[in-house]
Each structure stands twice: as C-alpha cells, then as structure tokens.
Ligand binder design. Sequence first.
Ligand code: PLP
Length: 376
Amino acid sequence: MRPIQMVDTKTQYHKIKPAVDQAVMEVMESTAFINGKAVQDFAADLSSYLGVKHTIPCANGTDALQIAMMALGLQPGDEIITPSFTYIATTEVIALLRLTPVFVEVDPKTFCIDPAAIEKAITPRTKAIVPVHLYGQAAPMEQIMEIAEKHGLYVIEDNAQAIGCEYIFENGTRQKTGTIGHIGATSFYPSKNLGAFGDGGAIFTNDDELAARMKMIANHGQSRQYYHDVVGCNSRLDSIQAAILGIKLKHLDEYASARQQAAAYYDQAFAGHPAITTPALAAYSSHVYHQYTILMEGVDREGLKKYLAEKGIPAMIYYPVPGHRQKMFEQFNVASLDLPVTDWLTQRVISLPIHTELDEEQLAYITSHILAYINQ
Ligand SMILES: *Cc1c(COP(=O)(O)O)cnc(C)c1O
C-alpha cells in the first residue's frame, strides 16, 4: 500500500508529468516569466471554465481577498460580515485593511455562513459580506445575494476551497461558485483542488469597473506605465505556475469526481454510526471535497488522531481555534461573542485524508482503523 497522506500531489503530478514538464520548459525557453502568454492563456481558460467575464491572476489567495476588499472603496471601521469558522486568511485581510470583521455563526450541518446570522449582524456600517465555501461546498449564495441586495452590500466569495463547485439556484440554473457574488477570490496553493507548484491566486468578477480597479490595484495602482492612480500592491501569478495550472485545469472536473468517489467510500463506511456525522450535502450545491470533515460525538479526538498517526494515517483539525477566539482579533472585542455552533464545531470536527489519488485499499485501511478505535 502506498503511504497515506492528507494530499498526494506527487502521484497526481506523475500522471500528467509529460504535459506539465513540457509546459514548464516552454516558459523557461520563452523567458517570459512574468505576465507571459501562459498567464493570459490560463486566465482566459479559467474564465471560460467558470463562466465569468474577468479572471485576474494574483500571487496567492490571501492577496486575492485583499485586492477584492481594496477595490470596494471602504473606509476604516467599515464592517465586513464573515464566518468565525474559517481559515485565518479570510478574516485577517479585513483587519489588515483597518476594516472591522463581524464574526457570525455557521450552519452546523454545512459549516457555511448562516444567512439568518448575517441579517442579525447588519448595522449602518456594514459594507460587505464574505461567505466562505468551506471544505468545498457552497454557502447559501441565493439567500446571501438577496440580503446583500436588500441592504446594498457587496459580496466577496472566498472560493479558495471550492473551485469547480456548482451552485444550484432554486429555478434549477447552475453557476460556478466564485462567480455569483460581486467578486470571487481563490487560491492555487499546492494542496488546494486546483493547486500550483508554488503560490498563486485569482480574483473573479463579471463587473467591468471592478475588474479594471482590481487589475490596477494588483499592479501598484498603475493605470498606464509609471502612472499610479491609487495605492495598490504587487501581486502577480508567475508564468511557470500559470502554465502548470493551465494543464491541471483540464483535469479539474476529473479531480473533483475522484474526490467525490473517496468521499462516497467514507460516507458508506461510516453510515449510521452513532459517533460519526458524515458531511451533509446541501440541496443547492455540489461538493468538491477540498476536505472530508466529519463530526465526532463522544470520541476522544486527540486520542483518535494519535492512534491514527501510529497507523500511518494523518488527520487534521480544520480549524481548532475560530476567528473570534484568536488573539489577533482581541482589538475588536470579539472574545465574548456568543457563537455556540462555531465553538461546538471546533471541538468536534476532524478532517480525513482526501485527494485525487486515494485507492480502495487505502480507504479500507483508514476507515477500518477509525472504526476500530471508536468501537473499542
Ligand atoms: C487557502 C485559503 C486561503 C488563502 O490562500 P493562500 O493562497 O494560502 O493565501 C483563503 N481562504 C481560505 C478559506 C483558504 O482555504
């Protein structure tokens, strides 16, 4: 049996090695390392895959979120509603820009932001909502967009974990996550569903004006060479990463189905177990399983992790400390916030190995050891 990893990027690479290596060699020969043809081609391919008008490549997913927020013309102290139960990058950029993160609850079944909690958190200073499509499943975008429209708010989707995920509207239309809000942001960090061989990110929008502003912000606020209209930053996807991502994009749907197959195996193995809640599938979304995260009831989670580690099975807690309990955000007096669902989840979640290369032998080994520990 191959060793079990949370993510197996090596086996995945070896399956497409000739195409990836050739694409990288072509960039090296071209020496167009920055903003070369590979970057433009990848951005165009990704736009057409997602069905979005503009894709603006940038250096990483955190920058993508930051540039999106910088483009909205917000003032210090403006409030951004976001889940507490997310990766720190989502909320850190809010504080970095001197905006105020307003942490709200998530749905205990889907782990995504709760629309009722959003409505309750709106004040005259609220300017934007940042839903996170956590673990690869969409937040309830239709409701979120309705709330945003009603209150005149921007929506920035954190799509770092859900590229390729499809939102299903009540009327049956389907749209890729990251293209529904005013702006979408994603990451090409190597372990993400569309992972580069280094850092990378992108921003999506159907709004021409926002696209122009974000392009300018990502490039030192430059409108034409050496004319800098706004304070921006330097955030670029390099051509080698773009060339690799261009190859991998062609496999993204096949990668999603490999993840879905692994998830189905887990679902079946754990079905009906009183101590395990498997991921709930929302009727309005597909699931691209960036993570396969279960909830454990009455199980010594640390004990299980240790037992699995001894058997060569990694497992991770995403995320053990929610935003409102991070020292970083003490300045916003959030420690006293009452977010019982978030706290409850942080104590019960555990993420199992999931990637495109898991085989049945590995899945049988993982599930049998988890069940052996829980049933002992
Ligand atoms: C990975 C991730 C990011 C940040 O992406 P980087 O490329 O690491 O900067 C942001 N939000 C979420 C939810 C993520 O999982």
